[in-house]
Design a protein around this ligand. Sequence first.
Ligand code: ZN
Length: 390
Amino acid sequence: MVQHKHPLLDKTIQILSDLVAFDGLGGESNLPILGYIKKYLDEQDVPYTLIPNAEGNKASLHARIGPAADGGLVLSGHMDVVPVKGQDWHTDPFVLTEKEGLLYARGSCDMKGFLACCLAMVPFFKEKDLQTPIYLAFSYDEEVGCLAGEELAYAIMTSYVEKPKYAIIGEPSMMQPIVGHKGIIIYKTTVHGSAGHSSRIKQEVSAIHTAAKLILWLEEKMMSLTETDDRFVPNHTSIHVGMVNGGIAPNVIADKCTFFWDVRQIPETNLEALLNEYFDYAKKLEAELRTKFAGTAIVHEMDHPNVTPLDTAADAPIIALLSQINERQDLGTVAYAAEAGQFSEAGFSTIICGPGDIAQAHRANEFVSVEQLNNCVVMLDKLGELFEKQ
Ligand SMILES: [Zn+2]
């Protein structure tokens, strides 16, 4: 049993059981779950703004509760979940099932539990005479690379007359304030060379041989980086090539080779400089090879948008604020990338703090404990109390 059960805990669990019934994955349409949230906010008389994607089959949502005053706080989470396919679930992943204080379902922990807490608190926030506003910011496609977070963060920062200040991203952290995560960027490089008999390798431009040079350059670059940050495991920026594709036969020079590579960046690494150095090297290589084959081309495409690292200082405003409303004060960092870096980049003093353990996320029999949900609701209650006064 949960000690000091919050009056809105049952409502939170009810909303969570509604939310987990929507099985929308990252990459799929989120309109069904969005429809539920819109209806709920309509019933509470809370106006909201949608940011649809180009195809119109997905949208983020943001809303303000309280006055158009500066210094507000954003509560942010994603509506999508990861697949259950091939996982050994003991219960229906889309039916919230309680066993001994644990609530099982896909997304219960990552991160519909946090969304449920926020939604359950809406009537409470509305009742308060808030002096400072609280915003809701719900995104889609987080699980396939934080695709909507950047646009959502900038929309909230720029589309209201007032200037919001703080953001809490409710990723599962056992309600620990998380001040750092690594960034990630993924690129696809394609080399176009000339085809020919393998005996002519000195006369032709092999796309595979050229790709190999680029790949080795990336590895050597990583090995030459000296900056470290012991808050992260591993404590360095990594550069990794995960997929290579090229060639049609052992005796044919490949005229095309493609490889995918990612940079998982600690905040200390200058990503822009690193990328530019690589692009410059590729340009030089391309110019050299064009003397042999004029059609040589090395093309780079971003495979998904940059997720900037989170690096919130210990004296940041959000930490002072959180210390007034949250029980846990021990600051931590995490290995996963999240939308927090994007909110930070957009100008919010940002932290990750949410119910549940990331160890339960993305696996079979994912759960969030009732106690964790209660702790989160208690934090949001204190936020409402605080913003009623200041
Ligand atoms: Zn998540």
